[in-house]
Design a binder for this molecule. Structure first.
Ligand SMILES: Cc1cc2nc3c(=O)[nH]c(=O)nc-3n(C[C@H](O)[C@H](O)[C@H](O)COP(=O)(O)OP(=O)(O)OC[C@H]3O[C@@H](n4cnc5c(N)ncnc54)[C@H](O)[C@@H]3O)c2cc1C
Length: 508
């Protein structure tokens, strides 16, 4: 999950998407009236989960309306690395890899320390191979060395992790190919540049349709037998993020339309939100500024064993808080979560800058030096105290920490048990780079049951209303952790399952 939209705003994304090569145009204007024949299915949000739902429902003969706020369908697939995890795939078999959904399930529960929702994880992983095979059967390809056990997240126990050459776009291309005959034959209608703003319900509380508003401000009502909320998460809605996760959303790397609209719609008809406690930041983001959110300019993620860290990580008190060379992404993320403002600084000296392999992205020594003065997050000083003052870190604390680290480096006995300590932090000038939490996805979401029906606090379903994708909360499939591919794969899988068999269409 390493791609960034580089600060693209909702407005600039719209114009970029309008000129892009990928994407399907809408087939008509919003014209439905309350008296029109109800749709078998209205999909709110034509992204990772919504498009497969529309494809499979359309292929079954259902009449499907996809309501999409952006100018093009595709959603987060435009930005996502599209890394998927699936056990028992044809790809694995072709490479002689033995793997099972049960092993995938066990891995997710182990990595998430049993914080993921077992019912939802089971539904995802026991159907993931069919999803992956469906994509590859339809022309999707992955890297020659795939599948792998993992890269930027905790590794799996088997090689089951793979992605296409263009990340999420490679998946979107398959969706587009399969959608085309359905939109051509008017089985599936795409209503783009149109937001779902309200859900209709009858006196019994059953959902009966959707009210939309298009970019020109025109509203319309669309009735349906089933409504599926696939409008994504809220990682681009900072106030909602703070409210639901009790943390700040510092980075600007998620899809601009991830505004939490699906959650609000579901709550408006009786659904409720769960999972904010699973909030977990990613480690090593360097932001352009301290705005919320801010574009991310680079990451500092010198991961062992390939590229172990040479510097130390300190918090605002100037204190170390972890064994920097621990070979676990999760350990870094959990440690960062516990720091004030989910912020820390990597501190190093001139010798480290000279000798260590690149650790600020792939930047050269020269580029790191030039970043001081160009970016707010980079600091340099001739003394440790001066560095601390410049960086906004407690000076006495940092001085004591560096002395203690240097002593441990000399004796080989580090207070956190760190093994990789090639040089002390002694040679001026000294450097610090402020590292801030960053996020690609949001952890809270609409509560659903194991049939993906939106449920009320008492556990009863809101009739005719379903949800899939990030709208149900990343915490359901990953708990308080990052499990490789456990957002994209479940989103596609749940959309597929709903469209293929979980939704009942009388006439289809
Ligand atoms: C940079 C990046 C990299 C990532 N990499 C990975 C990865 O490698 N592996 C992984 O598992 N996960 C990854 N993720 C997360 C994953 O891509 C998402 O969780 C997933 O794609 C979300 O799918 P979705 O269908 O829920 O939402 P989306 O794909 O975002 O679709 C939601 C759609 O709803 C539309 N919408 C929103 N509001 C409304 C409204 N009111 N009315 C109508 N339409 C609306 C949106 O415009 C959008 O098209 C990444 C995320 C990012 C940002």
């Amino acid at each position: 999950m390493a791609k960034s939209n580089r600060g693209i705003s909702k407005r600039t994304f719209l114009s970029a998407a309008a000129g892009g090569a990928v994407g399907l145009a809408a087939t008509g204007a919003a014209a439905a009236t309350p008296k029109a024949k109800p749709w078998d299915l209205i999909v709110v949000g034509g992204g990772t989960a919504g498009l497969p739902a529309a494809i499979f429902a359309g292929q079954r003969g259902a009449r499907v309306l996809v309501i999409e706020a952006a100018a093009q369908v595709g959603g987060t697939l435009f930005l996502s690395s599209g890394q998927m995890s699936a056990a028992g795939t044809k790809l694995q078999k072709s490479k002689g890899i033995t793997d099972t959904p049960q092993s995938h399930f066990d891995d997710v529960m182990r990595i998430s320390k049993n914080t993921a929702n077992p019912d939802i994880v089971r539904l995802a992983v026991f159907n993931a191979a069919d999803t992956f095979d469906w994509l590859t059967d339809n022309g999707f390809t992955v890297g020659k060395d795939h599948p792998v056990t993992g890269t930027t997240h905790e590794p799996y126990s088997a090689a089951r992790y793979a992605w296409g050459p263009q990340g999420g776009i490679s998946i979107l291309e398959v969706f587009e190919k399969l959608l085309k005959p359905l939109t051509d034959s008017a089985k599936v209608k795409l209503l783009t540049s149109t937001e779902a703003v309200e859900l209709l319900k009858d006196a019994s509380g059953a959902v009966t349709g959707v009210v939309t508003k298009d970019d020109a401000g025109m509203t319309a009502q669309h009735t349906a037998r089933n409504v599926l909320l696939t409008a994504g998460g809220y990682a681009s809605n900072s106030p909602m993020f703070a409210e639901l996760e009790g943390a700040k959303d510092y980075s600007d790397v998620s899809y601009p339309y991830s505004q939490g609209a699906g959650i609000k719609l579901g709550v408006s008809v009786g659904g409720y939100v769960r999972g904010g406690e699973h909030h977990l930041p990613l480690f090593g983001g360097v932001m352009r500024d301290t705005g919320i959110p801010s574009p991310m300019i680079v990451t500092v993620r010198p991961w062992p064993p390939d590229n172990p860290p040479w510097g130390i990580y300190v918090n605002v008190d100037g204190k170390r808080f972890m064994k920097e060379d621990v070979a676990s992404h999760d350990a870094h993320e959990q440690a960062l979560r516990a720091q004030p403002e989910e912020r820390c600084w990597v501190v190093f000296d001139s010798e480290i800058l000279d000798k260590a392999p690149p650790f600020v992205g792939r930047w050269t020594k020269q580029e790191v030096m030039e970043a001081v003065g160009n970016y707010e997050a980079f600091f340099r000083a001739d003394t440790i105290e001066g560095l601390a003052t410049a960086a906004g870190v407690d000076a006495a604390g940092l001085k004591a920490t560096v002395e203690s680290y240097n002593q441990g480096q000399k004796t080989g006995k580090d207070q956190f048990g760190r093994a990789h300590m090639p040089v002390p932090i002694l040679k001026a000038p000294f450097y610090a780079v402020r590292l801030q939490s960053w996020l690609l996805a949001s952890f809270a979401g609409l509560a659903v049951d194991k049939d993906l029906r939106v449920i009320r606090q008492d556990g009863t379903p809101v009739p005719n209303l379903y949800a899939a994708g990030e709208v149900i909360g990343a915490g359901q499939t990953m708990g308080r952790s990052y499990c490789g591919g456990m957002l994209v794969t479940p989103a596609i899988t749940f959309g597929r399952l709903l469209g293929q068999k979980m939704l009942k269409f009388k006439d289809a």
